[in-house]
Design a protein around this ligand. Structure first.
Ligand SMILES: Nc1ncnc2c1ncn2[C@@H]1O[C@H](COP(=O)(O)OP(=O)(O)OP(=O)(O)O)[C@@H](O)[C@H]1O
Ligand SMILES: [Mg+2]
Length: 376
């Protein structure tokens, strides 16, 4: 028998789990050692993740890394081969989607075109055979929450993409789920609307304090709306942290390169700094670790200090890209390419000096850390 379940609006219902257990209020969602094989391959591999109640976690990762598969296991549309999924401390691993307290919003909205906004949102409640008045009240409440009261009688084709996405959100929220699941909910919107709707979603999520898992492959989206971000690669979580830690302390070279821009070099630690290929010594104020031998060094472009003269390694400016209040400079430093974000006030120059204010050192792809930051 296939473990995949049919998906339709009727199944997005939020009901209390069948076997009552003392509920843990601090934990929204736990994924415990979950694995899933599909088409003869392991797609999700011994994954662990804990989302606190009321927290928004993004699953961020490249295409095919297992984000949707994970979300489908949380929503009950796929059953894990191994491991458990718990919501509020209750094991829901084998519970059908309509029995578990989750609701899902999809990329393509999946609104019924022949139903008004009201009927689309009311659909799940009507299936539950709730009294007419209660359905009306709850739909009115949730439409107010998403700012769509004026479109209650509109048909989906008559409202904008952003509004359609908010109807999809309302349709999920009206079921009062404990965990809200969103799979790339903004990918059909243009760039400007994406930013606005993601801010709306975050604002609504915080207002009602709903535990949320938001899937995206857009790092900007993840960094701007999450309490925490799980960066996934090859069916597993590489790092689970808040946006700042993820950006400043990426634990692996995969995370370092996937989240934000990063210069990377083979380097050795020498007195005063780092020696890069071409025997180029670049002064560095702060290293994550120290030691003999070769490291993979990661330097964020804003951690490259560029000056017109003074100390530092010589570098030639290849290109300058204005970015508004700052500019991006591409440099050649010996055989190495260096990208730097500098103040827009720095005058254009052909030859400059560079130093690093901070470098992260990796071995075998893993961040090396001394107990305290190392000054060299
Ligand atoms: N039913 C299935 N049978 C076989 N392979 C599958 C099935 N569903 C998904 N896969 C494979 O599992 C891998 C992960 O798929 P998944 O949809 O979880 O990725 P994703 O991280 O959501 O990617 P994207 O960002 O492109 O949506 C892919 O290689 C996909 O082809
Ligand atoms: Mg996907």
């Amino acid at each position: 028998m296939s473990t995949e379940r049919r998906l339709d609006g009727a199944q997005q219902r939020a009901e209390a789990p069948a076997s009552p257990a003392p509920e843990r209020t601090d934990v929204g969602l736990q994924i415990e050692h979950v694995s899933k094989d599909l088409g003869g391959r392991t797609i999700v591999d011994d994954m662990q993740l804990e989302v606190k109640a009321g927290e928004l976690t993004c699953l961020l990762g490249p295409s095919g890394c297992g984000k949707t598969t994970t979300l489908r296991m949380i929503g009950g549309f796929l059953i894990p081969d191994r491991g458990r999924v718990l919501i509020g401390g209750n094991d829901v691993t084998k519970m059908s989607p309509d029995k578990r307290p989750t609701a899902m919003v999809f990329q393509n909205y999946a609104l019924w075109p022949h139903m008004t906004v009201f009927k689309n949102v009311a659909f799940g409640l009507r299936l539950r055979k709730l009294p007419r008045q209660e359905v009306s009240d709850r739909v009115a409440q949730v439409l107010e929450l998403v700012g769509l009261t004026h479109h209650v009688h509109s048909y989906p084709a008559r409202i904008s993409g952003g509004e359609q996405q908010r109807v999809a959100l309302a349709r999920a929220l009206v079921l009062e789920p404990k965990v809200l699941l969103l799979d790339e909910p903004l990918s059909n919107l243009d760039a400007k609307l994406r930013v606005r709707v993601r801010e709306d979603i975050r604002e609504i999520q915080q207002r009602i304090g709903i535990t949320t898992v938001f899937v995206t492959h857009d790092q900007d989206e993840a960094l701007s709306i999450s309490d925490r971000i799980a960066v996934m690669s090859g069916g597993n979580v590489e790092q689970y942290a808040d946006a700042r830690s993820l950006y400043r302390e990426p634990e692996t070279t995969f995370v370092a390169s996937f989240v934000g821009a990063m210069n990377s070099y083979e380097a050795t630690v020498v007195p005063g700094g780092l020696e890069l290929p071409g025997k180029l010594v670049v002064p560095c104020d702060d290293l994550s670790a120290t030691g003999d031998g070769t490291f993979e060094a990661g330097v964020r472009p804003e951690d490259v200090h560029v000056s017109l003269n003074g100390d530092g390694a010589p570098a030639d400016v290849v290109r300058e890209v204005p970015r508004g209040h700052y500019k991006e400079i591409v440099l050649n430093a010996g055989p190495n390419e260096v990208r730097a974000f500098v103040s827009a006030d720095l005058p254009p120059a052909e030859h400059v000096r560079i130093s690093f204010t901070r470098a992260l050192l990796y071995r075998d792809g893993v961040l090396q850390r001394s107990s305290a930051p190392v000054s060299v």
